[in-house]
Write a protein that binds this ligand. Sequence first.
Ligand SMILES: O=C(CO)[C@@H](O)[C@H](O)COP(=O)(O)O
Length: 252
Amino acid sequence: MTESNQTILAGVNRPIQIIPSVLPADWANMGACVKELEEAGVDRIQFDVMDGNFVPNLTFGPEMIAACRKYCNVPFETQLMVSQYNCETMLESYVNATKGANGEPGVVIAHAEANIHLHRVLGRIRDLGGSPSVALNPHTPFEMIKNIMDMVDHVLVMTVNPGFGGQAYIPTMLNKIREIRNFIIEKNLNVDIEVDGGIKANWTISQCAHAGANCFIAGSGMFAYPTLKEGCDDLRKVAQEAQKGDVLSEPQ
Ligand SMILES: O=C(CO)[C@@H](O)[C@H](O)COP(=O)(O)O
């Protein structure tokens, strides 16, 4: 590694954030689940909204997210895996549903592929009082969002194709994470890099953290543990070690 690369890596060590996706939770007991996640020490909770159009699967809408607010104070985020019409017409509801207990902005993630007027959508999320973020499917190049990077608080790099939990992590996304990390440093932007899909407390989180991601969405990799606290602690530990240079390799 060259000296300048080492400087770049050192400069990007933003705080690790562990963010469970509630897809594998018991949806009939979502209130109890988000409370347990708060007690486990997670940094944020992700609600995967799917409309059966942008992705084949169907989940829940803003009312379910808002109903969870009274059970915990953890910040919320919602990944809108919905088509443009469903995104634009419902933005205000999602901004309100993800707000913190004291009105702090929640993270609202719009997919670059779903929104041909992405600039307008991200601007509206900010104007409505949310924290705008953008997601990229595995096939989508970073190039597509370069012109809106000054508008977002997070970029979410999908490490599976969206729509379902429990899929296998796609390791070739590491180059995209590095490219985004380098751009953020070069332009001195205050933007976190999230990764989502197949993230576990093993080489997957380790390599993403080393490449520059600092926010980790985990569904099956979190809920597979006997307790959510064990899952949260393990994920955080492996990511923190990778940031310090102790990186796990993919088993051959
Ligand atoms: O957005 C998605 C799926 O579309 C993700 O949030 C997954 O739900 C994460 O689940 P695992 O891959 O961690 O099981």
